[in-house]
Ligand binder design. Structure first.
Ligand SMILES: CSC[C@H]1O[C@H](OP(=O)(O)O)[C@H](O)[C@@H]1O
Length: 349
């Protein structure tokens, strides 16, 4: 499944991004030669999905360190700090980007000269990217046991990843179960307004030979109550130490339906999504442009002047979550002590 181009890559001179605003079958790329282009690509969702935007930010810093002709250590570090601030201002909710930027900046700050700084910044960015590919495969291995013969599974959005835009975090267990010969089907929520489910997840699962039924977000309750769902798996943009999950808008709603109907609700995410220090009230839910809701393919679908609220994420409380599938294993309740253990010592759950 990794024969498709990676969601984001860096060839030493430019950051190359699969343009995820397009349908996957219309495969096209955006090439960035400066940090402003990388920041715009994150803000405009050319690249989206928490781990992928983390790796993109890291590659953006590597690109910036190469473009800036600064000879002195301090001058280059100052420039990288400026670039890091530009990246941090793009999207506030997904944690992986802040985690990746901090990791690259620690490598920069511990470098003794500009030459070492450029080398270590690029090395750290590439490590972050390769770790995400491995994490997805591991999440698939750990999560596959949840999927049984004949299951009906539901998912929302596209838990995108770095591996490729077609090998997502929440779908990794689905691929792995399929490759093990398990037969099941997946109901994919289209995920208004940006339609990541319709455009990306349905494509990637169909491409993997997994039976897919695409539904509108509002049909989730009907499918769960009238047809029946055996398992729900979603991605995550940020997971707090108590197991609170910030994810695509509609995830909380799905978790309430799952709880009401006794459907196991799992979240799949690499541990780079874990935010051990923030409290719920510290996390800002991104409010995106009203036109994402009111305009589809350039055609307005709502009256002019209508007030529009467009939160990109919501918050799911730990009591609605059955377990968290990570590259180190599946975390069950109580989440707090296990998440802290992973965060502190990198232990397996
Ligand atoms: C592993 S991707 C996690 C997460 O990111 C997506 O948001 P967006 O498409 O706005 O970047 C979605 O919430 C996924 O579940």
């Amino acid at each position: 499944m990794i024969d498709l181009p990676r969601t984001v890559d860096f060839d030493g001179e430019r950051v190359i991004l699969v343009d995820q605003r397009k349908l996957p079958q219309e495969l096209s790329f955006v090439e960035c030669y400066d940090i402003e282009c990388v920041a715009s690509a994150i803000r405009d969702m050319v690249v989206r999905g928490a781990p992928a935007i983390g790796a993109t930010a890291a590659f953006g810093l590597a690109l910036h360190s190469k473009r800036i002709g600064a000879e002195g250590r301090d001058e280059l570090l100052k420039e990288l700090r400026r670039a890091a601030d530009i990246l941090r201002s793009t999207r506030p909710t997904a944690y992986n980007m802040f985690w990746a930027i901090d990791r690259v900046m620690r490598a920069a700050e511990s470098s003794k000269d500009a030459e070492e700084m450029r080398r270590r910044v690029e090395e750290e960015a590439r490590s972050i990217a390769e770790e995400d590919v491995r994490a997805n495969i591991a999440i698939g291995e750990h999560g596959k046991s949840l999927i049984k013969e004949g299951y009906r599974v539901m998912t929302i959005c596209n838990a995108g990843s770095l591996a490729t835009v077609w090998f997502g975090t929440a779908t990794a267990p689905l691929y792995t179960a399929k490759m093990q010969g398990i037969d099941f089907e997946v109901y994919v929520l289209e995920t208004r307004p940006v339609l990541q489910g319709a455009r990306i997840t349905s494509f990637e699962l169909k491409r993997a030979g997994i039976p897919v039924k695409l539904i509108v977000d509002g049909a989730a309750g009907y499918v769960i109550s009238e047809i029946g769902i055996d398992l729900i798996i979603t991605g995550a943009d940020r997971i707090l130490s108590d197991g609170t999950v910030f994810n695509k808008i509609g995830t909380y709603t799905l978790s309430v339906l799952a709880k009401e109907h006794g459907v196991p609700f799992y979240v799949a995410a690499p541990t780079s999504t874990f935010d051990p220090l923030s409290r719920r009230e510290d996390v800002r839910i991104e409010m995106r442009d009203a036109n994402e809701v009111a305009v589809i393919n350039g055609k307005r679908i709502a009256p002019d002047g209508i007030a529009i609220l467009n939160p990109a994420f919501d918050r799911t409380p730990p009591e609605n979550i059955t377990g968290i599938i990570t590259e180190r294993g599946i975390i069950g309740k109580p989440f707090e002590e296990k998440i802290k253990l992973i965060g502190i010592r990198g232990a397996s759950p």
